[in-house]
Design a protein around this ligand. Sequence first.
Ligand code: URP
Ligand code: ZN
Ligand code: ZN
Length: 469
Amino acid sequence: MSVLIKGGRVITAADDYVGDVYIEGERVSLIGESLDVEADKVIDAGGRYVLPGLVDPHTHLDMPFGGTTTIDDVESGQTAAAFGGTTCHVDFIIQPQGSSFADAVSDWKAKADGKQVIDMGYHMAVTDLREGGSLEELASLPDQGITSYKLFMAYKGALMVDDETLFKTMEVAAETGALVMVHAENGDAIDVLVKKALAEGKTEPKYHALTRPPETEGEATNRAIQLARVAGCNLYVVHVSCQESVEPIALAREKGWDVWGETCTQYFFVDYTFLERPNFEGAKYVYTPPPRDKANQDVLWAAVRNDVLSAISTDHCAFLWDGQKTLGKDDFSKIPNGGPGLENRLHMIHEFGVRQGRIGLNRMVELLATNPAKLFGLYPKKGTIAVGSDADIVVFDPDKKHTITAATQHSKIDYNLYEGTEVTGTPETVLLRGNVLVEGGELVVEPGIGQFVKRARFGEHLTAVEAAA
Ligand code: URP
Ligand code: ZN
Ligand code: ZN
């Protein structure tokens, strides 16, 4: 099968030109001006942007958490992703305490079996190095293409690890070349604040934020950075939400330390006041770290512009408002933490980042595709449009108006963080390894087409040939 994408404006992290992209089989084989080739399918991309398929480095599909399980499984979550122009994501395997890493890997792969609509990799969330997985087993994961370890410094009594586990994992990562990811919040201090609030009868959703002050994020971010420096590993701080954690990352990067950070779409748009919405509406915005004071939104835009933060993910962790968030109707600490986003990352960042002049198109591609691919061992197979790369491509109509609403989204969740937002610009056709996934507003493939991708170690490149081996 061959596909010719004709006359579009091809935009990568580095380039911006009008040209043709020719795909043979699963990869891009030729790029040029007015290519003289025959193709089985021709897509007229005149007036459209031709973007690399986006890479989301942070999602939670079919994940047990907060006394329930995220509502989007691999099929519904990846379908939502495909409509939003995301063709590859890296999801979190959560090691159940007491379980080996091998068991956790096979559980998570079984959840994806036959359901995959886009390509995916896994991070390993380490929760237990005492009763469960051993250091040796942890060290073997990169050979299986799982080249990042995640540690939760919060969620006491559930996923949180102590500094010993954090530091030992960092030491293993320094040896194996894996990237360490941290959810940076001081879980012990937060636990004290939560218990105090509940004892005082403070049960509404807004107390989720009021018991997780930004300093607890800043402190943990700095602690992780300093410990990573001692261990000698590469560090990636997930879902940075506020100035208090941007600052230590900026300082570390200024010193040339091996530290990177991401923020998520929602932190640019949802602020603390959303949690105060009446009739338990605020529960829709209970995710962690919590929505912050509005002033942080400009801090985050500056950080993604200046490369203090290198990626924008979704942290898609969707729970129904009606039936799941309501578990915490009388106690904010029982509201499952997480929000949706897989379908609207490109919509929102294109509209409010590019169209409103905060970042350029190249930087948008870098933040949503190229940097996540590079940081997580997927580049240049994923994250760019180049000869030899996977033909994961988004033909994006920059003039088409779209209203974001739960009524038409593809996620199973019953609300949307950006309900009613009107954007100009939306994915029109989405390809995964040369296969058209989305066309004419429909998903035109059967689940099962997506694949697990064995990722390269941090700093190593992944060619399409290696990944297929
Ligand atoms: O609230 C969130 N972010 N839920 C998902 C788990 C995590 O902390 O990333
Ligand atoms: Zn987290
Ligand atoms: Zn997360």
